[in-house]
Write a protein that binds this ligand. Structure first.
Ligand SMILES: [Cu+2]
Length: 168
């Protein structure tokens, strides 16, 4: 059977593209899917509230102006329910759950994580616009799921009087 040269080249190109796609799917499945979305730090969910990392949920403003926010997501609330962070600074969220899987989505931003019991979900982001943002649970977690929300206030003039350096 006579196959035109260009036809052959395109066939090989298609084979290579499919091979690259399948390899990348395989690698990410084996390398990443066995882990929670953003962080591999584990924690005992039954002792979450007494673990020093999560015993005092809240915001820590560091000396360089960045902030770390520790949040407990449980049925059916985020603790703390009101979070105040600085504008234009790195804000690291550290979230965990003592009960079931929850979602953590800061509406209108790229802040979005899945909160899996037994793991600490961590991500760092920066808010360029001051204002009030809605945080919702976007993972169905039970009968009160629809009332699970928190408020994020991105502050033009955050308090920098906090101790700083407390949270990791
Ligand atoms: Cu929920």
């Amino acid at each position: 059977m006579k196959i035109d040269l260009y036809e052959k080249l395109w066939m090989w190109a298609a084979v290579v593209i499919v091979a690259v796609f399948l390899t990348s799917i395989g690698l990410t499945t084996l390398g990443q899917a066995g882990q929670p979305p953003s962080h591999v730090e584990t924690i005992d969910p039954t002792a979450l509230r007494t673990d020093p990392r999560f015993a005092n949920p809240g915001v820590t403003i560091h000396h360089d102006g960045s902030a770390t926010v520790v949040i407990v997501a449980s049925m059916f609330a985020f603790q703390p329910g009101e979070i105040r962070v600085p504008v234009g600074r790195h804000v690291t969220f550290r979230i965990s759950s003592p009960d079931v899987i929850h979602g953590f989505q800061i509406v209108g931003t790229n802040g979005n994580a899945m909160i899996v019991p037994g793991y600490v979900s961590e991500f760092t982001t920066e808010f360029r616009r001051a204002g009030e943002y809605l945080i919702v649970c976007n993972e169905f977690c039970g009968l009160g799921h629809h009332v699970m929300y928190a408020t994020l206030i991105v502050d033009e003039h955050p308090r920098v009087d906090a101790a700083g350096g407390g949270a990791p």
